[in-house]
Design a protein around this ligand. Sequence first.
Ligand code: UD1
Length: 416
Amino acid sequence: MERFLITGGEKLKGEIAVNGAKNAALPIICATLMVDGESVLKDIPQLRDVYNLKDILESLGAKVTFKNNEMRVDPTKVTTFEAPYDLVRKLRASYYVLGALLPRLGQARCALPGGCQIGNRPIDLHLKGFRAMGAEVFMDHGTVEVKAKKLRGTKIYLDYPSVGATINILLAATMAEGQTVIENAAREPEIIDLANYLNFAGAHIRGVGTDVIKIEGVERLHGVEHRIIPDRIEAGTYMIAGAISGGDIFVRNVLNEHLKSLTAKLKEMGVDIVEDLEGVRVSVKQSLKGVDIKTLPHPGFPTDLQAQVMALLTQVTGPSLVIETVWENRFMHVDELIRMGADIKLDGRTALIKPTGLTGAKVTATDLRAGAALILAGLAAQGETEVGDIYHVQRGYENIENKLKGIGARIARITA
Ligand code: UD1
């Protein structure tokens, strides 16, 4: 079992670079299943989730190579419509194969994504979209199957701007007959990146980034080269690392407009932020103040940075409130932070954080972002922090320990 061992107290200094976005890469890799010919995807992060998805595509018959952050996918020989359970259970986002295979093969089957630590994860909105386009949906023995000889464009209102449902419906609608309109669509930058890839490949998608997306179905798509956008959550995590250590760092490969809500909150705390075209400089020149934060769909404050920012809020002056509105159970890092000395009280979806010193302890990563938060807390804690179950962290951060070492963190990966 691998662990991270972190010795706190170093002020981070220097430059750290961000990889391509995991949550853009996963749907775009699935979208390659829809095109005729080879797609070349650049800046694909080397992460466990990506390797698992590569295995899924290969099991469907695609030819995939992945080297030096470049993935090439040729789906010419894809005839299998079922993603195997053993692979699907490792990766929730594998349900994007439904939206990608349905228009191509007229049928797709995939194990139902199980529950997950951060909350109940239904796919009712994805299925509502497929049904509205004329697909039949069958669910039994833990699998979901969708079938349609021909998908028809239609108007679909999402009861909640779900990222996954918007992506799955967008994929299927790209090759449906006629126009599909998705209302109350999610506006996350990763959806814009997916639509850019599809449009380069010949799709007609307009309105991404707003809550109404219009898609004119096309009959064919062709292979293209596409570079994945930088990972805003990885970038935000490193920005918070700079702040929590009281350091002065430059985070390279950042699209600052994707991180406006975090930047606004860091500035409100008193963190010094200087943005340029290459990235963002984060430094601390004064003591930081508590702030209140509520997670929301984009462009609101991202739930995927809630745990990390909470670690920072234990190290400011004055109390802070954090309200989680996206996932019902995304406070599992709280108990672990308390083991490190944090003063946090939970009431339903609200956490009240009062500042305290942190001390190193043995803690466990309960999910990807919770693990990142514990690493950040370890950077600020007195003494040694040992973070267990780091496979969660490796699902979303390429080479995190070497990147943090590069800006002066004392962190090592140990096998216990
Ligand atoms: C994606 C991200 C995840 C992030 C989340 C919210 C990926 C691979 N994952 O997850 O990191 O935390 O967006 O920004 O991109 N819901 C329904 N019915 C549905 C679908 C969702 O009720 O059919 C609910 C969920 O229970 C949850 C909320 O909608 O409460 C948000 O889910 P969604 O936006 O779909 O998140 P994911 O796409 O799963």
